[in-house]
Structures are given as C-alpha cells and as structure tokens.
Design a binder for this molecule. Structure first.
Ligand SMILES: Cc1cc2nc3c(=O)[nH]c(=O)nc-3n(C[C@H](O)[C@H](O)[C@H](O)COP(=O)(O)O)c2cc1C
Length: 392
C-alpha cells in the first residue's frame, strides 16, 4: 500500500490487522508498521517492518520507486518491529544504513550485519539528500537507548518512530480522516501508558525540544499520522508524563469465587457515590494495557486478590509485575483488598508492589475478608470507599 504525504514523500507501510500481542501489550485493534519513502537525489526509506511484512513493504515501495534505487535506510530504532526486514532490504538495495551509535550496536546484536554499511549520526547532525535535508535528534529511552527521530527540514515532517504512535490497524492514514478523534487520543494514551511511561521523566524535555521544530506532519511508526492535532498530541505527552491525576479510581481485581469481586464493587460504589469516577476491571478478562491506560491519570489505585496457596492469585501477580515495570506516577493513593480462607497473604504482596511504586497505602479493617463478604461487611467496604474519596 502507498499513500502520498507530500510531493515525493510517501507512506509505504503495512497494516497488521491480525496482530494481537506486543511484548505483553494486547492490541485488540491490531497495529501498523509505518515505513516512509522520501524521493530525492538520494532516495531514503525511513524504518521498515516486522520480518513477515517484507512482501507487503516491498509492494508499497515498488509503487513509488524501484527498491534498487533506495540509497539510504534510516533506522530510528532497532527493535524488530521496525528492523525485521532490514537484512533482506540491504541485500536487495545495497542501501547504506543511517542510524546512531546505539542503533548500530543493537542491529549488530540482533542480525548478521556483515557487509552492511553504516552512516552514524547523533543529535543535530544533518544529511543532505538533494532538495531536502534530514536532521536527526536522539530520543534515548523513548523507549530504548537507541531511539531517535528524523526531521525533514524542507517538508516539515517529523518521522517520530515509536513516539506518538498508536497500536491500531486502520484504513485511515491521517488523523483528519479518523471519525472518532477522542478514540484516537485514547489509543495514543494507551500506547503511551504501556510503552513510554517507564521513562516519563525524560519526556517533557524531549517534547519541548521537538516543539522548537516547525512541524506539519508527525509520522509515527505505528498507527495514524498526525496532521491536524500536532499541538494537542505534543501537549498530551507532557501532560501524561506529569504527576497530575484526575479524581478517578481504578479498581482491578481477580477472583475465583467472586468474594473479592463483591468487595471491589462495594468499595467502587462508595467512591462513585462520593463523586469519584470509578473504573472496575477483572484482571483475568481485561488486557493489562487497558488497565494501565486508566491508571495513568487515576488518583486512586485499588488492587484485589484472593489468597491462593499462600500466595497472590496468578493473574494478579502478572499484573503487578507489569505495573511495577511501567512505573506510574508516585504518590497515588492505593489500597489492597481480597478474600481469604485461613491465612491472608495476597494483600501483603500487593502492598509490596505499591511500596516499590511509592504509592500512598491506605489501610482499613474491611480490606481483608474471610471467605464470603456478607451484607454488613459489604456496607463497611462501601463506607471505606466514601472515606477514601476524602483522602488526598
Ligand atoms: C485451591 C485453593 C487454595 C487456597 N489457598 C488458600 C491459602 O493458602 N490461604 C488462604 O487463606 N485461603 C486460601 N484459599 C481460600 C480462598 O482464599 C477463599 O476461598 C477466598 O474466599 C476466595 O476468594 P474469591 O471468592 O475472591 O476467589 C484457597 C482456596 C482454593 C480454592
């Protein structure tokens, strides 16, 4: 497939309607691997795709240029979803690879790069390709050490790689074609919360540096191209990296026989009656990335688990590991709850995760329930929800 962005600049990506998993990110909407061709005196391919998309990528390239005429392949990021076709492409085109020192190292550690020719760039470096000049800016740890972005000065296009992406497979290529722009921002938020969040402290400076560029298009490596909402998506990245949160509670639990579920709902009712926006999820049937999207800007995080074999329930353990790695903002108000039979363990394990994340833990007698919570017990949970809403 090919879509013209500007004269001489084309999207030649591949849409992956079927993909459902990316390193723990369950993408119910699929994704795309966005590659771009810049036709000039030197022809450039910006990023590639997963290895199994090679044929599709080549078909797209062929509709604008003979692949053998590609002079440079920019590798903004060496992860295999963008570099999986590079080996075959180098063989076919003989193109030189433009990347940074870290990108070269990461390519060499993942592929047989014998015979590949590299041009190494760093922040501020420029390469003239004819009528155009490409400028490179390192964005380390967004989300790997090698990440960089490529800015085409004359066309005012930022090829941002993973930054500003979304895991969605669409037939629309530009934000202005998307009917539900609110949903697109939710997709971008989910992507941010699950891929970029661990390094949120680096984002405001990086985004502010990008704001100095005159940008007409942001072309990410996944999802839809930003054209009409450039300031909004840049500002959202700064907002999502901040400690700011909404008067919102995320209650995520798992259960074997529904006791923990009952506690979750009773606390949720107390919170929502007090004006807090409440989102309740069963961890066992909700993608972890959906829950993380909501935790991103939530003031309250409540996690519940029954005790199973002197441990936390496995789906909850998996979620805790995932959440700890993503490292949401410090200071969220947190509570651990759950049902048990004879020796309560699960809430202590959950609280250890909260401690690692610098969440403020709130305790209450209703948070550990022996077997099935009865009516008056659930009333205590409801009252706890109300009390929690007053805590700042
Ligand atoms: C296989 C199994 C193992 C269990 N292990 C423990 C345990 O080690 N400690 C404990 O206090 N309760 C244990 N329980 C009891 C449960 O924690 C208890 O039934 C609880 O109410 C279940 O909560 P739920 O309805 O939210 O699943 C176990 C239950 C099952 C079925």
């Amino acid at each position: 497939m090919v879509v013209k962005i500007k004269e001489g600049v084309y999207w030649v990506g591949s849409v992956d309607w079927e993909v459902r998993e990316f390193h723990g990110y369950e993408t119910s909407k699929g994704s795309s691997y966005n590659s771009y061709i810049i036709k000039d005196e030197k022809n450039v391919l910006v990023d590639s795709a997963k290895h199994y998309m090679f044929e599709e990528l080549i078909d797209g390239i062929k509709s604008v240029i003979d692949p053998k005429d590609i002079d440079y392949i920019v590798v903004n990021h060496a992860e295999k979803d963008h570099s999986g076709c590079i080996g075959k492409l180098v063989k076919l085109t003989g193109a030189k690879i433009i990347t940074n020192e870290k990108g070269k190292e990461d390519l060499e550690l993942q592929f047989n790069t014998e015979g590949w020719e590299f041009i190494i760039v760093d922040t501020g470096d420029e390469i003239n390709i004819g009528k155009r000049t490409l400028k490179f800016i390192r964005t380390p740890m967004l989300h790997w050490p090698d990440n960089m972005v490529t800015y085409c000065i004359e066309d005012k296009i930022l090829f941002s790689n993973d930054a500003f992406g979304q895991h969605v497979a669409t037939s629309e290529r530009f934000d202005y074609e998307v009917e539900n722009i609110g949903e697109l921002f939710e997709d971008a938020k989910e992507y941010f919360a699950n891929i970029l969040l661990p390094y949120k402290m680096l984002i405001p400076n990086t985004v502010n540096a990008l704001k100095d560029l005159d940008i007409e298009y942001i072309c990410p490596s996944h999802g839809v191209i930003w054209k009409e909402h450039i300031d909004e998506i840049l500002n959202k990245y700064v907002e999502w990296s901040s400690e700011e949160c909404k008067n919102k509670a995320v209650i995520a639990y798992s259960t074997m026989y529904n006791s923990t579920k009952k506690i979750a709902h009773a606390i949720g009712n107390g919170l929502s009656e007090s004006g807090v926006e409440v989102k309740i999820y069963n961890i066992s049937n909700t993608p972890m990335n959906t829950i993380m999207r909501e935790i991103l800007d939530a003031k309250y995080v409540l996690i519940g688990s029954p005790t199973l074999n002197s441990n936390v329930y496995p789906p909850v353990a998996m979620f805790l590991a995932y959440m700890e790695g993503l490292n949401p903002a410090d200071g969220k108000i947190a509570a651990a709850f759950g049902s048990y039979g004879w020796m309560e363990i699960a809430t202590d394990i959950i609280k250890k995760s909260f401690e690692k994340l610098n969440f403020k833990i709130v305790e209450d007698e209703c948070l550990k329930c022996r077997f099935v919570p009865k009516e008056d017990y659930l009333k205590m949970c409801y009252e706890f929800g109300k009390k929690l809403s007053k805590i700042n």
